[in-house]
Design a protein. Structure first.
Length: 102
């Protein structure tokens, strides 16, 4: 197995007790996950791993995701266009400023 160059962590909003909180699940993180996976495949970006996580604790800025090893955190990823901007940023090596947290 080849280790991925990047790892995208998409917040699924779920806490250990199973209760959905925050904006990520309610904001369609599951649907956005599907688009993220399809778009990465379409672009041939096999070096990017994607995982859905428990709560990333940035609920006021959700749906949210993080990209590693860059340690870029993005918020308000609430559309396919926002997902595309994050993927573009991975390709370009520079974070999508419009969605960057912190």
């Amino acid at each position: 197995m080849t280790k991925p160059k990047h790892h995208v962590l998409l917040c699924g909003s779920f806490r250990m007790n199973g209760a959905p909180l925050g904006a990520c699940a309610k904001g369609g993180a599951g649907k956005l996950m599907q688009h993220l996976l399809e778009e990465l495949s379409d672009r041939g970006m096999a070096d990017v791993a994607v995982s859905c996580t428990t709560c990333l604790r940035v609920c006021d800025r959700g749906p949210a995701l993080a990209v590693y090893p860059e340690n870029w955190w993005f918020g308000r990823i609430d559309s396919e266009e926002a997902v595309d901007a994050v993927i573009d940023s991975i390709e370009a090596g520079s974070p999508a400023a419009d969605y960057l947290i912190g």
